[in-house]
Design a protein. Structure first.
Length: 276
């Protein structure tokens, strides 16, 4: 199972790591931490050394109840970061965390190669058209509503069944636009409470029926630190445990803050699988 990132074929039969670079002042864990060129480049360099294949840059905080910034502010934050990273590390594959087609297009023109859309085009109907135009991999996530109201939308008759129907519809829509490389993200923490997040992780392998790479983003999230009565800063060990479960259940990409530890998970699960 491979994806084409600006001419680079990435084999996802062996799981890969997407390192997170948030350039937002209000992200739940690292908001405001990377507020200078040096801090950004130092962080990206460390993630690359530790084993990241992709760097996911986000300028809009999608945490529950996050501040809704306009398109111009998002572009003002994200374009300089892309240009900075691309100039220093031209070999790295840059993913952009946005649900806005105009932001996506500007970022693709500035050196990005993947679009990571939390709304799967639900918040911007022109997104798939933009993805098709640039022929880049498209990460579609499951969410109901938007980041401001999604936690009011956690009622499901059968969550897993609804998600499979949702992804089937979105995948068919993307195929109709001739989008070749589609990755699905079940959206841990997005319109899902803690119990639902664990139910989703426990049954993650059911999503393999969709025959698409699965990306999992549970790094330092509230499903971990609230379950342990701790904080995001104290949630690394819990993240490692759940990333391990995600790999066993079929994850192809781990989206994480802590690349070294995630890479160790992949290596150890790989060693385990060789023994089976």
């Amino acid at each position: 199972m491979t994806i084409n990132c600006a001419g680079k074929l990435i084999d996802l039969s062996i799981p890969k790591i997407m390192g997170i670079l948030n350039i937002t002042p209000d992200s739940f864990y690292d908001g405001g931490r990377y507020n200078s060129d040096k801090k950004i480049l130092d962080h990206v360099e460390k993630m690359i050394i530790d084993g990241a294949i992709f760097i996911d840059i986000g300028a809009y905080s999608s945490r529950p109840g996050g501040v809704d910034i306009d398109e111009n502010e998002e572009l003002k934050r994200i374009i300089p970061a892309i240009e900075l990273v691309n100039k220093k590390f031209p070999e790295i594959i840059i993913s952009i965390d946005t649900f806005r087609s105009k932001v996506a297009e500007a970022c693709l023109n500035s050196g990005a190669s993947i679009i990571n859309d939390i709304s799967a085009s639900q918040l911007d109907e022109k997104m798939m058209e933009t993805i098709a135009k640039y022929n880049v991999p498209y990460i579609i996530m499951h969410m109901k509503g938007n980041p401001q109201n999604m936690m009011d939308k956690t009622n499901y008759d059968d969550m897993l069944q609804e998600m499979i129907k949702y992804f089937s519809k979105k995948i068919n829509q993307a195929i109709s636009y001739k989008i070749n490389d589609i990755i699905i993200d079940p959206g841990f923490g997005f319109a899902k409470n803690i119990k639902q997040n664990y139910d989703l992780l426990n049954h993650l392998d059911l999503l393999k029926i969709l025959d698409k790479p699965i990306m999992v983003g549970i790094s330092r999230k509230s499903m971990i630190y609230k379950s342990l009565d701790s904080t995001p800063e104290e949630a690394l060990n819990g993240t490692t445990v759940l990333n391990t479960v995600a790999l066993i259940k079929g994850a192809s990409i781990l989206r994480v803050h802590d690349v070294k530890e995630a890479n160790e998970c992949i290596k150890l699960i790989g060693s385990l699988n060789k023994q089976l």
